[in-house]
Design a protein around this ligand. Structure first.
Ligand code: D54
Ligand code: ZN
Length: 278
């Protein structure tokens, strides 16, 4: 079963008037993983799609949705997949790719049949992002051995973390999609601090690996006018082009970042000094 919902984009002037519920309705994506379901959110931020795929005993096929007005999901799009569960298999027009936990697969425009299934006794959980594409690039798996690893942060600022660049242009050719995974070291809680914006690209964060009964406080808004959204484990949040995206957890956690827009330059960020945030 494929479920889909839609989010309009908003602007910074209206944004600051939102109530807690309005903020959550606009930006929070919950219930991504439901057994036997594909859950997709189509947003007007660069037409980015965020989704969760949780196969049961039978494989799940990624079908087109009405917002695309296309015969197949990838007729005019590209797709990034990261498995955060047990071993899984993604089949792309008859070719199978096994994905272990935290491994990624890029699928280019024009592929027709994409199916998702479990490959072992542990439940596979496929987190996906998709953006419009004008060109077809080869399908490519990015595992732990070909990820680009960056050590970030400092224990004394409670932000020591390891960033795995997976679907980035030094590793995979894409039209506009970029994805990766960041793991907080135990006892460290702050991600993406100093925070940044990049008006060239929107971004989506998906938090997972949070301890039970703990929470993430995610910060959103222009650097001098921020709001927060509390997230639970395995929830995602949309970040407009003009917004920071940073969070603090009540335990350590991991998250997947994904973005699309004007360029493929990961380092194109406008950093906000912590003491200037408001
Ligand atoms: O634009 C890049 C993204 O916000 C993330 O890659 C940042 C991140 O994972 C981190 O600092 O921990
Ligand atoms: Zn960013």
């Amino acid at each position: 079963m494929t479920n889909f919902n839609f989010r309009y984009a908003t602007n910074p002037t209206d944004f600051i008037k939102y109530s807690t519920d309005e903020l959550r309705n606009q930006f929070l994506i919950s219930d991504l993983f439901v057994s036997g379901e594909i859950n997709l959110t189509y947003s007007m931020y660069d037409r980015y799609i965020v989704g969760g795929i949780m196969p049961n005993a039978s494989a799940l096929a990624l079908e087109t949705i009405p917002y695309l007005k296309s015969e197949n999901f990838l007729d005019r799009r590209e797709l990034g997949i990261i498995n955060i569960g047990g071993k899984g298999v993604v089949t792309v027009d008859g070719t199978s790719y096994e994905l272990d936990k935290k491994e990624a697969l890029y699928v280019g425009k024009g592929k027709k049949e994409i199916t998702f299934s479990n490959a072992g006794s542990d439940q596979a959980l496929f987190y996906i992002n998709s953006a419009p594409a004008h060109k077809s690039f080869p399908t490519k798996k990015v595992g732990k051995d070909n990820a680009e690893i960056v050590q970030l942060g400092d224990e004394k600022y409670a932000n020591r973390r390891v960033l795995y660049k997976l679907i980035v242009n030094s590793i995979v050719e894409t039209c506009q999609l970029q994805m990766g995974l960041t793991e907080l070291k135990e006892g460290n809680v702050w991600n993406t601090m100093p925070a940044h914006t990049h008006e060239r690209r929107m971004e989506a964060y998906f938090y997972f690996g949070l301890e039970e009964e703990q929470t993430i406080c995610h910060f959103i808004g222009q650097p001098q006018n921020t709001r927060h959204i509390f997230l639970q484990n395995q929830q995602a949040v949309l970040s407009p082009e003009w917004s920071i995206h940073s969070g603090a957890g009540t335990s350590s956690y991991s998250f997947i970042w994904g973005m699309a827009g004007e360029n493929l330059d990961y380092s194109d960020m406008d950093v906000c000094p912590p003491n200037q945030l408001r």
